[in-house]
Design a binder for this molecule. Structure first.
Ligand code: DGY
Length: 325
């Protein structure tokens, strides 16, 4: 008998067909109130879950007593109560690797957009306010040759370092749990303590996961260490940053600008002070959002889910201690 699988993310036709061949599929088209009600109804029979952008806590998981596997279509797993999943022996998988380059591209898009004031000045042209040759008031700052500071030297951090070092001739400094000699050799990168990095980098880029340890890592004290020319980039998670402290630093111009793809609350509210600052480039969590990469992530998640439901160890198992075979 086919196992019951609940999708809370729509997949491409070929992936849907693959899943239908092997499982009894319930699709929750959107996570609005009626979608969530449908999800709750489907959970009691579910053996597998696949989706993203939904907080799966113990309360929701308790509605799914038969659950064997959860396949997240994301690399970040901060939406999941991993301890509870593990305690229940439910396998959690994610989609690393396939989104690394695309997410690093997003990071660089924000670096360039903030430094060269691309959005602000493009809006000026669109608004019909380009009335004379531009002067120093509209100048940006160079990216090439500036110091790239990366906090969290995982896969995405490395891909950012690669772009900075080889593409833009940027000295790379980084901070992570521990020094990474291979990265240092490849990108001529130098390890720094967090305060040193904040003081020395022209671009401070966050690429680390949200965990109990990283929540609120960058707050008023950290922004105070940055200089008035520092540009702050966040492509990790909004909650790694104390958002009011960031807003204060941007308003007071104690840092120069911010390129933000992630926020404490998503979607970002229209009333956010961030949207009233022209030294902010805000994008709607587009880190991995290209057609190619999202399809690759969905494929990876389907592979992980089908493997787990077939009793095999999924390639991207997040909680290996839940694996009892
Ligand atoms: C991830 O995969 O965690 C991204 O943030 C989603 O785009």
């Amino acid at each position: 008998m086919k196992k019951s699988v609940v999708l809370y993310k729509k997949l491409s036709a070929p992936l849907m067909a693959r899943l239908h061949e092997q499982a009894e599929v319930t699709l929750i088209e959107s996570l609005d109130e009626s979608g969530l009600a449908k999800l709750r109804e489907a959970l009691p029979a579910a053996r597998g879950l696949l989706g993203a952008s939904l907080r799966l806590d113990a309360k929701l998981l308790d509605l799914a007593p038969n659950l064997e596997a959860v396949a997240s279509v994301s690399v970040g797993v901060d939406n999941y109560d991993i301890d509870y999943l593990t305690q229940r022996g439910i396998l959690l998988s994610n989609t690393p690797d396939v989104l690394t380059e695309t997410t690093a591209d997003t990071g660089f898009a924000l670096i360039l957009a903030t430094a060269r004031r691309v959005v602000e000045l493009a809006n000026m042209v669109r608004a019909g306010n380009w009335n004379q040759n531009i002067g120093p008031l509209h100048f940006g700052s160079d990216v090439h040759g500036k110091t790239l500071g990366i906090i969290g030297m995982g896969r995405i951090g490395e891909a950012l370092a690669q772009r900075g070092h080889f593409g833009f001739g940027m000295p790379v400094i980084y901070h992570s749990h521990s020094p990474k000699p291979a990265v240092e050799q490849r990108f001529n990168a130098e390890y720094r303590s967090l305060p040193d990095l904040l003081q020395q980098a022209d671009f401070v880029c966050l690429t680390l996961p949200l965990t109990a340890e990283t929540e609120g890592l960058i707050g008023a004290e950290e922004f105070a260490l940055m200089g008035p020319e520092t540009i702050f980039i966040n492509i990790s998670r909004g909650k790694v940053v104390d958002e009011p402290a960031l807003i204060e630093a941007l308003q007071q111009r104690t840092i120069r600008a911010a390129g933000l793809d992630v926020f404490v609350r998503e979607p970002l509210g229209h009333d956010s002070s961030l949207l009233r600052l022209n030294n902010v480039v805000a994008t709607p969590h587009i880190g991995s959002a290209t057609h190619e990469t999202r399809e690759a992530m969905a494929t990876c998640a389907v592979d992980n889910l089908l493997a787990a439901l077939a009793g095999e160890k999924p390639k991207n198992l997040v909680n290996p201690t839940a694996w009892k075979h």
